[in-house]
Design a protein around this ligand. Structure first.
Ligand SMILES: C[S@@+](CC[C@H](N)C(=O)[O-])C[C@H]1O[C@@H](n2cnc3c(N)ncnc32)[C@H](O)[C@@H]1O
Ligand code: SF4
Ligand code: SF4
Length: 441
């Protein structure tokens, strides 16, 4: 008897599924009974490099696990045996269609309820996850894009990476409109959502209305989003032209009154109040929703309840709270993240949430759970065309995956640098790029 059949039950539960195998073989064979197919897989299919289950492909297993390859060469039977004895309990690359560690990371309920019990995760996927169409493949293409129209700004917020070392070293400018239109053509087949925001003030990009309109004219529904400081002289005029074109407009508010102005250098709270009230009136009855985004940190957390009351007063329907990301603020010690675990901070969040409930204002707060989905489904494109991982560090001098104005978007997405970045995550290693990110602390 073949060695791996000593673990017959496990083999049948995880490594052979007749219906899956039917999709891998020629039509004539596919019409045979489950029993005949199992026999075929063991006798011929496996040795021919076919997979009997979405979670395991012997050839892939050998190719992607150097220690197995060294010992087993190209013996697919022994590879299955190795997997059932050892690999099944470990974080291994087992199939081009399934990655057990990613499966756990990307499905938050599994991370919480099963954790890194790899055997249980394989069972979960075969019994439930695959029928629920759960995310399980880290090589999936991205569907969320952030486009930095400009990284110029009229304010000098003390939360913002622009104001620290990396920001001081970045090249500053606006995206060329023709290049942007061409980029959109390339993004559209993949995109489900587009955020027209970068490390600058979005309303300073004069052709924002044209670009919002252009996105609407593609024959595909895209969720569009942008963030503004609502402090530019053209704020209301600009908003008038984009309302009803963009789904969600986020207005940044890092405190009320004096605190707001202390955090948002060069901003005026009375200007914010007047502008937001008008924007709320203009948004009424359109498809555009307004939301406040607060970067909470030790200087402003006590104003959280006031921000919720303010939202109600000016007609903004939702308040979202984020923590201050220190990825690109090396000047601040990451001990600051401890602050978010204090009873003091939590009590102000709780008070703000209670008031929000009472006033009928939507309320949400960051969920920093140690895993970053953006690594797989998202990219950020800087004003000068560099593809970078995310808005936490939109600095191509630090890391980029190519330039979409010089090469195709697909080439950048599939670049060696991109796969290196992702494979670190697959192997539970945090890339040095991400180590200071609030998502992980
Ligand atoms: C970088 S700004 C660009 C758009 C616009 N200038 C604005 O302020 O809304 C986008 C959002 O990022 C937030 N932000 C800035 N620095 C941050 C940080 N260190 N951590 C988390 N969010 C930050 C801002 O408050 C704003 O809501
Ligand atoms: S307004 Fe936005 S981009 Fe400008 S400094 Fe503030 S957070 Fe940064
Ligand atoms: S820095 Fe890394 S962990 Fe943080 S948001 Fe970006 S990709 Fe995710």
């Amino acid at each position: 008897m073949l060695n791996f059949l000593k673990r017959k039950k496990l083999f049948d539960q995880l490594l052979f599924d007749a219906n899956y195998y039917r999709t891998q073989v020629e039509t004539e064979l596919a019409q045979k009974s489950d029993k005949a197919l199992r026999k075929h897989f063991i006798a011929e299919g496996l040795a021919a490099g076919k997979a009997g289950s979405p979670i395991f492909n012997a050839a892939y297993y050998i190719e992607n696990n150097e220690d197995v390859k060294v010992v087993m060469g190209n013996d697919y039977h022994t590879a299955i045996d190795h997997f059932l004895k050892h690999g099944i309990f470990e974080n291994r690359r087992t199939s081009p269609h399934f990655n057990v560690n990613y499966y756990c990371n990307a499905n938050k309920d599994l991370l919480k309820n099963i954790g890194r019990d790899y055997l249980a995760l394989y069972h979960h996927y075969m019994q439930h996850g695959r029928y629920e169409n759960r995310t399980c493949n880290p090589d999936a293409t991205p569907d969320s894009f952030m486009i930095e129209l400009t990284n110029q700004c009229n304010l000098r917020c003390i939360t913002c990476p622009r104001e620290y070392k990396f920001g001081h070293e970045m090249d500053v400018g606006q995206m060329d409109y023709d290049k942007l239109r061409h980029l959109l053509d390339n993004i559209m087949p993949l995109a489900k959502s587009i955020n027209l925001t970068g490390l600058g003030e979005t309303f300073l990009y004069k052709k924002l209305p044209e670009i919002s309109e252009a996105i609407l004219n593609y024959p595909k529904e895209i969720k569009t989003f942008l963030s503004t400081n609502a402090q530019t002289p053209n704020c209301l005029h600009m908003f008038e032209q984009i309302r009803d074109k963009v789904n969600l407009v986020q207005i940044s508010i890092d405190g009320v009154g004096e605190t707001y102005q202390k955090v948002r250098n060069k901003a005026s709270f009375s200007t914010l109040t007047a502008n937001v009230k008008k924007m709320a009136e203009m948004a009424a009855g359109t498809k555009t929703s307004l939301m406040f985004n607060v970067v909470a940190f030790p200087i402003n957390y006590q104003t959280l309840p006031d921000i919720v009351r303010f939202a109600k007063d000016v007609g903004v329907g939702h308040v979202h709270i984020n923590s201050r990301n220190l990825t690109t603020i090396p000047e601040v010690d990451i001990n600051e993240y401890e602050f978010y675990r204090t009873a003091e901070f939590k009590s102000f969040v709780h008070a703000a949430e209670e008031i929000a409930q009472k006033l009928g204002v939507g309320f949400s707060i960051y969920d920093n759970n140690g895993f970053c989905e953006l690594v797989y489904n998202h990219f950020y494109i800087t004003w000068d065309g560099f593809l970078v991982p995310c808005c936490a560090k939109p600095f191509p001098k630090e890391l980029h995956f190519g330039n979409v104005f010089d090469e195709s978007l697909t080439a950048c997405i599939r670049s060696y640098q991109t796969s290196l970045f992702r494979s670190d995550w697959d192997n539970n290693n945090t890339p040095s790029f991400c180590r200071r990110c609030h998502v992980l602390h």
